[in-house]
Design a protein around this ligand. Structure first.
Ligand code: FES
Length: 168
């Protein structure tokens, strides 16, 4: 997305609410919905608009796990670490994914290919351990299934790139 388009988008979001500090969370939610994450530039624009210190906006954005401060990778992989999944090896799945794609949970690969997240119960305990790739649930996951899913992603794409990560 070009910067001009992004600027127009942010202005539309700003106009939806009165320029008052109590609308901070609404503004951040709308920005995240529009862009997939909250960039530093957009955070500054919001703070200026509602006259809130940037430190306060960052503390709100980092308090709520649903806010992202960096863009998501092309493929988002979530591993459930809720109790049922944890007991059936969710932690080992997260480690296996980390090893295979070279990205720690909460981070995105530098080539923007993968974002790895660990999440709490996703409401599918009977299917544990559960992995979610691009919103698709993969039940009873194990290392072999991880390999299969990653191969399918590879087949869909040409190339690959480095696996080093970017994390704030
Ligand atoms: S604990 Fe993983 S789906 Fe419930």
């Amino acid at each position: 997305m070009c910067k001009r388009g992004a600027k127009k988008g942010i202005n539309e979001i700003l106009q939806k609410y009165p320029a008052a500090s109590e609308y901070l969370i609404f503004l951040l939610q709308d920005i995240q919905e529009a862009y997939g994450y909250i960039s530093g530039e957009n955070m500054e624009i919001v703070c200026e608009h509602i006259n809130v210190p940037i430190s306060r906006a960052y503390s709100v954005a980092t308090f709520y796990k649903s806010f992202r401060l960096e863009p998501k990778g092309e493929h988002e992989i979530k591993v459930c670490l809720g109790t049922a999944c944890h007991l059936k090896g969710g932690g080992r799945l997260a480690e296996e994914l980390q090893r295979r794609i070279g990205v720690e949970p909460g981070c995105t690969s530098k080539d923007m290919r993968y974002t790895l997240e660990t999440v709490n119960c996703v409401g599918a305990c009977a299917l544990s351990p559960v992995m979610i790739v691009d919103e698709k649930y993969h039940p009873n996951t194990n290392a072999k299934k991880i390999g299969k899913v990653l191969s399918e992603i590879d087949k869909e794409e040409i190339g690959g790139g480095g696996n080093s990560e970017s994390c704030i």
